[in-house]
Design a protein around this ligand. Structure first.
Ligand SMILES: Nc1nc(=O)c2c([nH]1)NC[C@@H]1CN(c3ccc(C(=O)N[C@@H](CCC(=O)O)C(=O)O)cc3)C=[N+]21
Ligand SMILES: [Mg+2]
Length: 299
């Protein structure tokens, strides 16, 4: 007798709705923070160069920051900006009491070493969580650190979908400092068995296929195909690539071939409307966290 496997009804995780809930939560906390400390949290965003996609993100960040009741300070610098000049701006913002969070939009133009700039941000203002102090606190599970926005957003989405991650096999595809590595640390803290597949991994599909949780952050559009997916897996798709369509317009796709995941995955985040909005919501959350940390450093 032939076994009949009925296709799974894949749940599409509504990142926009989750992000709206987080933003509302932050807005209320910001209001309380203002009442108690007579201070409004302020976020400085620095964009070097004029990449149109980056300009859209940065503007979107400013709008969301205002929505949460916080102040937003934009610094748009020309692509010709020198590393020394950028570092001077970062240092000025480090010492500015109105600024609680600093985000330097990546990637930076050639000729500016991103490590020099990121490690120049005061750790308690580093809302991207990329400073060695914050990365170290995450790895050691120490309090008082800031967790990178995208992995934090992915964690919140997973926590809202999965009661307990203890003992689950989580596979992270991509090992960047911004997403893959901190994501793996967070999943480890949740009690997952964690595998990281990366550019040199020999058979990434075989590794990915073991994941009860599959987080994909490679920037490689539609890398993950149907056979990479364990039936019933929860997929978090961090990738976002704009591709041209036949009618001369563009559309966004993730690192997962979405149509192929339907019917196999248990749940999946869409692109757009999945991880992206949560990243911005968590940036707001980190800005409030940073403002709270700065109160502690004053006492
Ligand atoms: N220092 C730094 N920190 C970052 O966190 C950072 C960065 N640099 N450089 C660029 C990437 C990219 N990124 C996104 C944030 C939100 C959406 C987002 O809101 N996406 C919408 C779609 C937006 C659209 O329509 O283009 C969505 O997925 O629904 C996307 C991408 C943060 N990044
Ligand atoms: Mg981020």
């Amino acid at each position: 007798m032939k076994t009949q496997t009925s296709p799974i009804q894949t749940k599409i995780i509504d990142g926009k709705a989750h992000a709206a809930r987080v933003t509302e939560e932050i807005r209320e906390k910001v209001s309380l923070f203002q009442q108690h400390h007579q201070t409004t949290p302020g976020l400085a965003v620095i964009l070097v160069g004029n990449d149109p996609a980056s300009e859209v993100y940065v503007r979107n960040k400013a709008i969301q920051t205002h929505k949460a009741g916080m102040r937003s300070f934009m610094h748009m610098l020309p692509a010709s900006t020198s590393e020394a000049h950028l570092l001077t701006l970062v240092e000025r913002l480090n010492n500015d009491p109105e600024i609680h969070g600093i985000l330097v939009q990546l990637p930076l133009p050639e000729g500016i070493n991103p490590t020099t700039i990121i490690q120049g941000i005061a750790p308690h203002k580093d809302v991207d969580g990329l400073h060695a102090t914050n990365a170290g606190k995450l790895a050691l599970n120490l309090p008082g650190g800031i967790i990178p926005c995208t992995p934090l957003g992915c964690l919140l989405l997973l926590q809202s979908e999965i009661e307990s991650m203890r003992g689950l096999h989580a596979v992270v595809v991509g090992a960047s400092n911004l997403v893959g590595k901190p994501m793996a640390q967070l999943l480890l803290q949740q009690g997952c068995t964690v595998s990281i597949a990366h550019i040199d991994t020999r058979n990434p599909a075989e590794i990915a296929q073991q994941g009860d949780i599959l987080v994909v952050a490679t920037g490689n559009k539609e890398l993950v195909r149907r056979h990479w997916i364990k039936p019933g897996a929860t997929i978090i798709d961090v990738g976002i690539t704009r591709i041209p369509t036949e009618d001369g317009k563009t559309r966004l796709v993730g690192d997962v071939t979405f149509e192929e995941a339907l019917g196999v995955a248990g749940r999946i985040t869409p692109v757009p409307g999945g991880v992206g909005p949560m990243t911005i919501a968590c940036l707001l959350r980190n800005t409030l966290t940073a403002a709270e940390l700065q109160l502690d450093t004053k006492d």
